[in-house]
Structure formats: C-alpha cells, structure tokens
Write a protein that binds this ligand. Sequence first.
Ligand code: NAP
Length: 259
Amino acid sequence: MDLDLHERVFIVSGASSGIGLATAQRLLREDARVCGFSRDLDRLTAAYAGTATPRDRLLLLAGDARRPEDVEEIVDSAVRTFGGVHGVVANAGTGVTAGVGAGPEVWVEQFAIKVGAAVALVRAARPHLVASRGAIVLVNGVSAHHPSRELAPVGAARAALANYAATLSAEVAPDDVRVVVVNVGVIETARQREKYARSGATTAYADWCRDEARRRAIPLQRMGRPEEVGDTIAFLLSDRSSYTTGTSIDVSGGLDGRT
Ligand SMILES: NC(=O)c1ccc[n+]([C@@H]2O[C@H](COP(=O)([O-])OP(=O)(O)OC[C@H]3O[C@@H](n4cnc5c(N)ncnc54)[C@H](OP(=O)(O)O)[C@@H]3O)[C@@H](O)[C@H]2O)c1
C-alpha cells in the first residue's frame, strides 16, 4: 500500500529512541520530511548516523517536550525549514513503576510528560495542521483504560490524555484535522532494557523478555517491536486513514484488548 507521504512534513517528539525513532525512520522511508526532537542532541544525532537520508529531509533539534517555549521554537523551525506541518506525533515520554502512594513529584511529572507535552505540541502545531488538514497521533499506553496498581500515576495520566484526545478530536474535526491515540502494550525498547537491568535477573535478556511476556499474559506471547508501532503510526498519519479520528488503536499483541 502506498501511504503517499512523499514530501509531507511530520514532527516527532522523543525521536532518538524506541517508538519515536522507529516512527521517524518509517516516515523517512516513505519519502516524508521529518523534524525529530528530544532533549539530548548528541544522542539524537547518533541515532540517525546510519540512516541514508538526504539532509534536506531530516531536521533534528534539541528540546524538552514539557516546555511549551521549546516546543514552539521546534514547530517554528520545522515550518521555516520545510514550509508547513502535515502531522505531529506526541511520543516523548518515560514511565515509572509506582503505586497510588507515590509522592506528588511523581504525579506532577507523569502529568507533565504525558498530558502537558502533548498539549504543548498540539497548541504550537495547530494552525499549521489546520492549514494542511493534518493529523495528530498521541502515543499512549493500554494502562489508560486498564488501571494497574503498579502504574497508578502513569495510568491516571494516560487516562487524562485519552480524555483530552476525545475533546480535541471533536474540536478540530470541522477543520478536517484528525486525532488518533495509539495505545501501546509492552514494546521492546530501552525501557525494557532498564527494567531488565533493575530486575537483577540472571537469565539472558531475550529469555527475560519471553518470561516477561508470559508473566504479563500477552496473547501473542512476545513483546512488540518499535517498528510495529511505527508502521501503525505512519498509516494513521496518512490519507489511507482519512476517515479515522476521535478513536484509539491498541498495538499491544492483544494485551488488555477491548474487543
Ligand atoms: N515501551 C513500552 O513498552 C511502552 C509502553 C507504554 C507506553 N509507552 C510510551 O511510548 C512512548 C515511547 O516510549 P519508548 O519505549 O519508545 O521510550 P524510549 O525508548 O525510552 O524513548 C523515549 C524518547 O523520548 C525522549 N524523551 C523523554 N523525555 C523527554 C522530554 N521531556 N522531552 C523530549 N524528549 C523526551 C527520549 O530522549 P531524551 O531522554 O534524550 O530526551 C527518547 O527519545 C512513551 O510516551 C511511553 O510512555 C511505551
């Protein structure tokens, strides 16, 4: 299927690793133009070192997704460089294993990175998305609709993001701007490596991933690959998905599915 993304312009937050990196690389393979940002420019640049992309199609910038002033500058730079914006992917983020007793700083941080960062990106890009009849993809997690005791602040912030997406999608639909939430399950990114390191497991990493998939009862019996999320996001950003808005899709191997 031709996604027809040639020369379209997309901004991806958290583009140096995992899902953001896989999404940006998929969009570049579709001949799109990508502005990717994250906080550490060296790490971001290194992530694309092996990518055969003409320099005029990739703009890498440093910025903190939680800081509206950073995000406004990034959107302005993308527009100055590429002439417009056809889609944004609010993906930057980190999780934390914590229950309802977590301190206020943990709650504030989770709402800042999950809700505040998405709001900042949408606010800054909205006029450009209206001009291009563009699309917004908000990367969320299945815990948005399945509360978990070990992910209380994360789950609450994700539920809030889902609620925001519902209101946003209704508001921008008359401008032909689409909003889709992607609820990811357990994806094999740096975050899983960190969990493995913290777990003190004596098994090899690949075995730990398999055991973890079994423990989490993922119906497909494995963790997802970042590319599997990136492919879905690229499709949702494209006009092949032009009648899909105000909804969410789980990319979770069936974990916590809502059938
Ligand atoms: N992997 C999973 O199993 C899973 C499950 C549920 C939801 N998710 C969600 O999926 C998204 C991507 O996760 P991932 O696993 O791909 O993570 P990852 O591999 O750790 O990558 C996170 C990316 O976000 C960037 N980032 C973090 N905080 C940022 C900030 N304040 N401003 C700008 N960039 C920031 C990181 O770069 P810097 O640190 O250099 O800024 C990095 O590029 C996150 O929103 C996460 O909550 C993932």
